[in-house]
Design a protein around this ligand. Sequence first.
Ligand code: RNT
Ligand code: ZN
Length: 410
Amino acid sequence: MSYTEAKNAYLALGADTEKAMEILKDIPVSVHCWQGDDVTGFDSRSALSGGIQATGNYPGKATTLEELMADFDKAASLIPGRKKLNLHTSYAVFDGEPAGRDKLKPEHFAKWVKFAKERNMGIDFNPTFFSHPMVKDNLTLSSPDESVRKYWIEHGKACLRIAEYFAKETGEPCVMNIWIPDGYKDIPADRYSPRARFKASLDEILSESYDKSRVFVTLESKVFGIGLESYTVGSSEFCLSYSDRAGITPLLDNGHYHPTETVSDKISALLLFNEKIALHITRPVRWDSDHVVLFDDETREICKEIVRNRAVDRVFIATDYFDASVNRIAAWVTGVRSVEKALLFALLEPSARLAELQNSGRLTELMAAQEELKTAPFGEVWAEYLRRENISADYISVVKEYEDEVLSKR
Ligand code: RNT
Ligand code: ZN
C-alpha cells in the first residue's frame, strides 16, 4: 500500500494524516541523557542508589562527556521530530575543582548549553538526590539530620538557578523535576514526620526567587523503590497535594503506581485542575524496571489522552528509562520513536466521532470503531513521516555500524 492509499483510508475513517504529521513534528519530546551511561553521570560516579537499577552489561557504555554527547547525537539523528535535552545534575562538567552538589553553578553546565544551542534544543533539568555520599539512611530532603536536609535544600536552590540559566540561554522553557528517593525498606513507625520535613524542605527550595514564566518546577511521586518497599516519602497523595498548594506542576511517571493503575486514566483528572502537567514515559515490567518504551497499549493510551484532550501544549513529555542489556543507542531510538509513533497514532484517531458515539450511548459501535482503528494502515503513515523528516527507517544497521566503528573500541 502507498502513502496516498493510507491517507485515503484514514480520511474514510475521519482522520487527516497531513494535519497529524504537521502537528507531530512540533511536539517537543524531552530525551533523557541518562540512557547513555546507565544513570552514572560525571560528578561523583558513585554507584547508582535511590532504589533504581539499570541492569545489564552491554559493552560500549559512554564514560566521558565527549562519548555521551557523540552517542546522544547518533541517537538524535535517528529520531524524528522536535527534541529537548533532559539533563541530571550529576552530569555537571568540572574543568577545575569539582563543586559539591550544594554549590553547583551555571558554569558547570556551560558545555551542555553550547551543545544544546548548536542543535537548537531546549534543556530540561533534574536535581540529583541519589548516588551521593550525602544521602544518609536513604533520606535527603526528609532527613531528620539537619545537615543532610540543609545540603539537599541548597542543592535544590542551586538547581533552580541553573534551570533559569538554561531557559535564558536556549530561549526555551526549562522543566525542572524534583524526585527524591527517600523512604524505608521496612514498616516505619512515623510516616508523618518525614513528609512534614519534605514539605518544609520544598518550601525552602521554592522560596528562592526564579522566573516562573521560564522555569516550570515539577514534582514526581513514587510508590516504592528497591530497598524502599514499605514507604516512600514522596507518595502520590503527597506530591499532588503539594504541587496543587504550591502552584507547581505534578509529574507522573508510569512506572510509579500500583500495577493495575494507569497513568492514561489520571491525565484527564489532572488536566481539569492544572494548567500544565508533566510525564515520564517508561515501561515497567513487573516493577519500576525502566525497560525501553515500546509502541504498546499504555503508551498509546497515554498519548491519546494528551491529544484527545487538546493538551499537546499543556503536557511536558519526557522519556525515562535505562536499559543496560542492549545497545544503548538502539534503546534510546526505540524508546523515543515509540513515543513519537504513539503520538502519531493518537493524532490519527477521529476523536470527535468516537466521543459522539460514547455520549449518545452507542457503545457497541464505539467498541467496533475502536477495534477497527487498530488495523488501519498506520505503518505507511509512519514511514511517510520518517521520509519527510529525513530520518532513515532502518536504524539498526546505522547503530550496528556505529557499534563496530566506535562503541566496540571503547
Ligand atoms: C526514579 C524516577 C526518576 C529517575 C530519574 C533518573 O524512579 O523515575 O525520574 O528515573 O531521575
Ligand atoms: Zn521518572
